[in-house]
Design a protein around this ligand. Structure first.
Ligand SMILES: [Fe+2]
Ligand SMILES: [Fe+2]
Length: 457
């Protein structure tokens, strides 16, 4: 929450900076020299772009690649202006170079609109791989930003630019909506900052499509846009200080599309989402499906009805979904976690619950997800609930989860023999686990061992 407030505070500060420049429009000129604003903006945008591109390069999901190209378009537009235009170094100045930031902003709107579309997994899977998108997109953006500097005749006319700005505005609005949904799910400062940034650019491009803001000088307008551009970078930095792990933040932006599509009944989306979590934490590979299989078998032995079994299956599959918001450095750390790191790790329960709770089709799994680390004796987390106060779904998932974690090989341990794992679970009956659930697992044991072995093979 403090992070979100800090993101909003920096937004206010950046906009205030732009507003200070505003009243001195005309002969007096800007308070902050345009060069300073342009250099700072271009530098921040280039840094932010470099980070997002590096992360997008390693991800299977296409949306981060498209977001990275949006950032690159805006950063390159500003960089060209700084290098080429007389307000900067004045190299290769041409009659069109002052319009290049505008072209970059329009291209950015196109990419951000595409990012909103590609956040739907059914669209995402049909796009080329993220690396192909990055390479082809970089060439395209470089061409449209550099061509008018080399040959000013290639710069589109005012009407064409206004039309394109309108379309770009719609793209930014779509992205703003997608980021706002991401923020509703996880409430990360980076998501809030991206939402406000996209809203600012939607406003800016739509204003340009309407012929600019009356009475506002172009440099005042540009400093305001730079404020909106610097905001996501600030949001990411603030969040990075609180929870190191830029990758988790980028993944956080693509999460809602996957969850919504699952809601709409796309089974592929469920797999896409689980694959994203497994990408993020390879130790989870196969873990969720084995836990789900075991949990459902326990539930069947307990004669749960069909809808309750569905809840158990869903909760088991989604139980570690909140790990998508936990930094990889913590998830993959080979040694013991420090107390602070463990506090962050524990949050995967509440993150997961938040993700699941807001989605009507998945909300029935919400307690199963949020409470899967509670203990029968009340010594668990995050709520320290005790006994029957913990939902039955969560008590079943807890047993299946720990059993599978014990028999699986991890970076810090070998997989236990099923009999040893079962003995450990039995030792925890009445303290860690619901004794009734443990009893069912014991009855299942013979068949279960075969299931676990064949699934792990
Ligand atoms: Fe967990
Ligand atoms: Fe787990």
């Amino acid at each position: 929450m403090t992070g979100t407030l800090a993101a909003f505070a920096s937004a206010a500060l950046l906009l205030a900076l732009a507003a200070i420049n505003w009243p001195f429009a005309g002969d007096a000129g800007p308070v902050l020299p345009a060069e300073v604003v342009a250099f700072a903006g271009a530098g921040a945008a280039a840094l932010f772009t470099a980070i997002v591109v590096t992360i997008a390069w390693t991800l299977r999901d296409r949306t981060p690649a498209v977001i990275a190209l949006g950032c690159f378009s805006m950063a390159l537009g500003m960089l060209v202006r700084v290098v080429a235009d007389p307000i900067g170094f004045g190299l290769a100045s041409s009659t069109a170079s002052h319009l290049v930031p505008l072209v970059g902003m329009i291209a950015g709107g196109f990419w951000f609109g595409l990012a909103a579309l590609s956040a739907q997994p059914e669209t995402n899977h049909r796009l080329p791989s993220s690396r192909a998108i990055l390479v082809a997109g970089t060439v395209f953006v470089a061409a449209i930003c550099l061509a008018p500097v080399v040959n000013p005749g290639l710069m589109p006319g005012a009407t064409a630019l206004q039309l394109a700005a309108g379309v770009a505005g719609a793209g930014y609005l779509a992205a703003c909506y997608a980021f706002a949904r991401a923020w509703r799910l996880l409430r990360l400062p980076s998501q809030a900052a991206m939402t406000i940034g996209a809203a600012g650019f939607a406003f800016g491009t739509i204003a340009m499509a309407g012929g600019g803001l009356p009475g506002v000088q172009i440099w005042a307008f540009e400093s305001m846009m730079l404020g909106f551009g610097a905001l996501p970078a600030a949001g990411f930095l603030i969040e990075h200080r609180a929870r190191p792990g830029l990758r988790a933040m980028v993944l956080g932006l693509v999460l809602p599309g996957a969850v919504t599509s699952m809601n709409r009944g796309y089974p592929a989306a469920m797999h896409g989402l689980l694959a994203a979590v497994e990408d993020h934490d390879p130790e989870l590979l196969g873990h969720v499906s084995r836990v789900a299989a075991l949990a459902v078998r326990i539930g069947m032995r307990m004669r749960l009805n069909a809808s309750h079994l569905r809840e158990v299956a869903l909760a088991a599959q989604l139980h570690d979904i909140g790990k998508i918001a936990v930094p990889q450095a913590i998830l993959l750390k080979p040694g013991r976690l420090t107390p602070a790191e463990f506090e962050l790790m524990k949050k995967h329960t509440t993150y997961g619950e938040q993700i699941v709770r807001r989605m009507p089709g998945l909300s029935l799994a919400c307690r199963g997800v949020g409470e899967h680390h509670e203990r029968w004796d009340g010594a668990g987390y995050p709520y320290a609930r005790e006994g029957q106060a913990i939902s039955l779904t969560a008590r079943i998932v807890a047993v299946a989860d720990v059993y599978d974690a014990l028999v699986s090989k991890r970076s810090y341990k070998d997989g236990w023999a099923p009999a040893d794992a079962l003995a450990e679970i039995v030792r925890g009956a009445g303290s860690h686990f619901d004794p009734r659930v443990v009893e069912e697992l014991v009855h299942l044991q013979g068949a279960t061992d075969r299931v676990v072995r064949s699934a792990a093979a």
